[in-house]
Design a protein around this ligand. Sequence first.
Ligand code: FMN
Length: 337
Amino acid sequence: MSKLFEPVKINGMTLKNRVVMAPMCMYSADKQGRVNDWHKVHYATRAVGGVGLIIVEATAVEAHGRISDHDLGIWDDEHVAGLSEVVKLVKPHGTQIGIQLAHAGRKSEAEGTPVAPSPIAFSDRYRVPKELSRDEIHGVVRSFAKAAERAKQAGFDCIEIHAAHGYLINQFLSPLANQRTDEYGGGHENRFRLLKEVVLAVKEVWDGPLFVRVSAEEYADGGNHIEAYVFFSALLKELGVDLIHVSSGAVVPYPITDYPGYQVPLAEKIRYGADIPTAAVGKITTPEQAEEILQNRRADLISLARVLLRDPYWALHAQIALENNKESVPVQYQRGF
Ligand SMILES: Cc1cc2nc3c(=O)[nH]c(=O)nc-3n(C[C@H](O)[C@H](O)[C@H](O)COP(=O)(O)O)c2cc1C
């Protein structure tokens, strides 16, 4: 048996394999942020395709925290029904399903005023955000907790807090975006405070698997590097977070040089440095590449994004390639494989 198709248990959630569908915004919701047929077909197809865990795209905890006016939303109770339909379509295939809870902060291009730790625009193309007051920061924390409650009502197996890619929580973590002088800015522990409060508030209402997605390298002078994220990840472990989903970049608009497996060393450093399970992501496209990462214990889960847009049946092909095993192919499709 391959390592990729060895089941794994994370805080009570058993994954049938280690293939994760990374969160990917589809920008296909209506302006109210509701699920529609696109989302249902898109996620159910990857479940038929044998993925072990689907993480639903960045879903906004506040309306003005959307990246675009067409992001999925979870800021209102009316979102629960649609999200639960996605869950219902995915679960019969033995795939577990999580949701990424997100707030875009200064990178919001949606209606409303973007907010951030400090009034610094992401780039010339973006609006200057409004600096959040302390009370407003507490409001953001409550929005994440309410969203987690709704995720639970919708039947999700797992929650991922989006603290990566330069969105609101990442803006607080980064000295490049956070120039506050109160207890939410300054040293590492102050910049970590919002994430800590969000994790604690979510854990009040959610006792299932909890992931945090981070950008473990900011590729910019004066920004956070991997050492900071080993430190943050150790704190997250103490707070009861189960896994770090290790991405990088997008805090400032600098280009990133990417190549196959370019973020795997970051996942590896966090896994050992903070002694916490990690998911590796970024230009992992072949079953052999995924297997090497797991065999060498560089990460615990393999997260795939674009390759699953090209090939929703990637996991079925991978199990055939690694094990010559067609047992995951749905009986209706057996003649095609
Ligand atoms: C269409 C698209 C939408 C994305 N949306 C999100 C998102 O909602 N949340 C997130 O954390 N990352 C998002 N990402 C980043 C991916 O999850 C992933 O980290 C990145 O594409 C690198 O992995 P890959 O090389 O397997 O594509 C998105 C990527 C793509 C291509």
